[in-house]
Design a protein. Sequence first.
Length: 69
Amino acid sequence: MPCKSCGSANQQKFIGEMGIRSPGLKNIDKPIVWVFPQLIVCLNCGTAEFVVPEAELRVLAKGDAAAAG
Ligand SMILES: [Zn+2]
């Protein structure tokens, strides 16, 4: 499948390690939600795509990363 941004087929799979948190000073005390998704990176324009796993997605949707345990 070509890149959605530039249409290039020059894409590669990677494994990411990513800490996600809400922006803004009021959220600075909330723990980071760590996800290790498979990334599809366009090596032409740099666009990256990944899917947040369901468990972490629920934590993010709830808006309270502390519930992650
Ligand atoms: Zn691209």
